[in-house]
Design a protein around this ligand. Sequence first.
Ligand SMILES: [Zn+2]
Ligand SMILES: [Zn+2]
Length: 360
Amino acid sequence: MEGLQVKVNKAVIYSKPGTMETEVVELPIEAPGPGQVLVRVLYSGVCHTDYSLCTNSWKAPVTVPKGQIGGHEGVGQVISQGPGVVNPKVGAKVGIKYVASACLSCRYCLLGKEVNCIAAKLSGAFHPGTFQQFLVAASNYVTLIPDNVADDALPGLAPIMCAGITVYTALKNTDLRPGDWVAISGGGGGLGHLAIQYAKAMGYLVVALDVGGKESMCIEAGADHFVDVLGFTKSEELCQQVVKLTGGGARVALVCTSSNAAYAQAIYCLDQAGTLVCLGVPEGEPRPIETASVPLLVSRQIRIIGSKVGDRADAHECVRMAVNGAVQAHYQLRKMEELSDVFAEMEEGNISGRVVLDLR
Ligand SMILES: [Zn+2]
Ligand SMILES: [Zn+2]
C-alpha cells in the first residue's frame, strides 16, 4: 500500500458526456476536510448506471459534466483523517456506495430512506466517483469492511457496494417468506447473479430468466430453475412456463435487466398478491409497463414497487453476508484505460457478471 508520498491521483474521466469517451488523467490529491477521510481506492466495479450516465442513455435533460469521475462501487483503505474524525481509523478497509453522503436529519433520512435524502450526494453523478485512486469520502457514510478480510477478497467486494446492496435491499423490502418463489429477470447479469445468491441465502426458491448463454451462470449462482427468454415464440408461453415451474406463479418478480419486455412479462409470472420489483432502468424514452392494466392489478392484488440501492444498515448486512461466504461476485479485473471498451461491451450485452477496475 503506497502512502501519501504519492503526489498524483490517477482518475478516469468522462471526456465527452453523451458518448462512451473516457480518458485517464492525473489530478492532485485532495486533503480530507472536517468529517471526511481520504481513501486509497483499490477497486471499483463498473455498473450499468455508469454506462448510462456517461452516454446519457436515459435521455436525462442534463448530462453529467465533462470531466466527471464516474463509479460508485469502490473498495479501498483509509489513509488519512480530516479534522475531528475518530472513525474509521487510518488503515481501515472501507466501501464506497452510490450514495456518497446523506444529511441524516431530513425526513427521509429519519425514516431510514437515506437514499432519498434531499441533500444526498451521489458517487459518480455530479459528485466525484470511485474511478480514481484517491477519493475524499464522508467518514460517517463509508461502509466498514472487517479487518480480517484478505486483500485478494477485496475486488470481489466492490460489486457488493452497489449491485449487492441493490438486490439485497430489494428482496428485503418485499413480504417474501422462506420457501417462496422469486423470479429473477436478467439472472446472469451483474445484479442478477448476486440477486440469485442473496435470495438463496435468505431462504427463497429462485427461477432465473435470461438468454440461454447465461444458464450456467444462473445455475452456478444457485437458481433452482432456469428459463431461456429466447426459447419461446410467444411471451405468454414464457410466463406460463414460470407459473408452471413455481406451482402457480412467483411471489416476487425482481427485474434486474433494463428491458421493457422483461417488465411486461414479469407481471404475468406473478402469483396472486405478488410483487413486481423494478430495479433495471430501461434505456431511451421512459415507457410505462405495458401489461400493468388497472383491472389486472386490482383483481390479482399485484403490487409494483421501485427500489434503488440501500441505506447504511443494508450495506453492512450485505457486506457481512458476502464476507461470510454466502455470496460471491463473479467478476473480471480490467484496467482504468479500458473503461470505454467496457462500456461498449455493456452496450452489446457481452459481459457476464461484473467488471471491476483495478486501480492499484
Ligand atoms: Zn450501480
Ligand atoms: Zn437527509
